[in-house]
Write a protein that binds this ligand. Structure first.
Ligand code: ZN
Length: 206
C-alpha cells in the first residue's frame, strides 16, 4: 500500500516536472513546429480567407509566446515569416497568416531610412489617437485580388519585444501612402493577431 502510494507520488511529481519543462521551453504546438521547421530555407504557404479551413485559423485570436528569451523556435519562425513576406512582396506578415496562432509579426519600418523589417513579439497597443483616418487601398496577402479602404488610428503607442528580445515602447504614426504609415502597417498586422482583417474596418474617404 505504502509502496504504491509512493510510486503514484513519483509519477505525479514527474508529470508536473514534465509539464513545467515543456511549457517553459516552448509554447508552439507540434503542428506549428511542423510549419516552422518544414524546408527551413523556403517560404511557407500563405493562408487565404477564401479557403474554409484557412479562414478558421485567420479568424482565431492568437496567444502570447511564453518565455520569449529562451524560446528557440522564435528565430526559425522569424526566418520563415521573412522568406514568405519576401516571396509574396508584402510589407508585413503575421504568424496566423502561415497557420501559427501566436502573437508575433514582421513589419516594415517606413519611419527609418533603411526601411528595415522588424519583429514584434507579444505586441500591445497601449494608447492611440481618438481620431480615425481612412487609409486608402489597404491590401492583405490573405485576401486575394482585393484592395479597400480601412479605418485606422492616426497614431499609436505600442509595446512589444523585438528581434533582440528587448522590450520596446514606441509611438508610430499612420498617415497616407505618400507619408510614413508604419503605424498603419502595425495596426494591420496587430489586427491579424486578434483574428481581424482590414475588410472588417471599411471606411469612406471624405
Ligand atoms: Zn494582412
Amino acid at each position: 500500500m505504502i509502496k504504491s502510494t509512493t510510486k503514484k507520488m513519483y509519477k505525479i511529481a514527474y508529470l508536473v516536472l514534465f509539464i513545467m519543462l515543456t511549457s517553459c521551453t516552448s509554447s508552439f504546438s507540434s503542428s506549428e513546429k511542423e510549419i516552422i521547421y518544414h524546408s527551413p530555407d523556403s517560404p511557407a504557404r500563405v493562408l487565404q480567407i477564401t479557403n474554409k479551413n484557412d479562414s478558421l485559423i485567420l479568424r482565431a485570436p492568437s496567444k502570447n509566446i511564453k518565455n520569449v528569451k529562451k524560446n528557440k523556435d522564435i528565430e526559425p519562425l522569424v526566418k520563415k515569416l521573412y522568406l514568405t513576406m519576401l516571396e509574396e512582396g508584402g510589407i508585413g506578415i503575421a504568424a496566423p497568416q502561415i497557420g501559427i496562432n501566436k502573437n508575433i509579426f514582421l513589419f516594415t519600418r517606413l519611419d527609418k531610412e533603411e526601411n528595415s523589417v522588424e519583429v514584434a513579439i507579444n505586441p500591445k497597443i497601449i494608447s492611440h489617437s481618438s481620431e480615425i483616418i481612412c487609409f486608402h487601398n489597404d491590401g492583405c496577402l490573405s485576401v486575394p485580388d482585393k484592395y479597400g479602404n480601412s479605418g485606422r488610428f492616426s497614431w499609436i503607442e505600442v509595446e512589444y519585444t523585438d528581434q533582440n528580445k528587448q522590450k520596446v515602447t514606441h509611438k508610430f504614426l499612420g498617415g497616407s501612402r505618400s507619408e510614413d504609415y508604419t503605424g498603419i502597417i502595425f495596426q494591420h498586422e496587430y489586427d491579424h493577431l486578434q483574428g481581424k482583417l482590414y475588410i472588417d474596418k471599411p471606411c469612406v474617404s471624405k
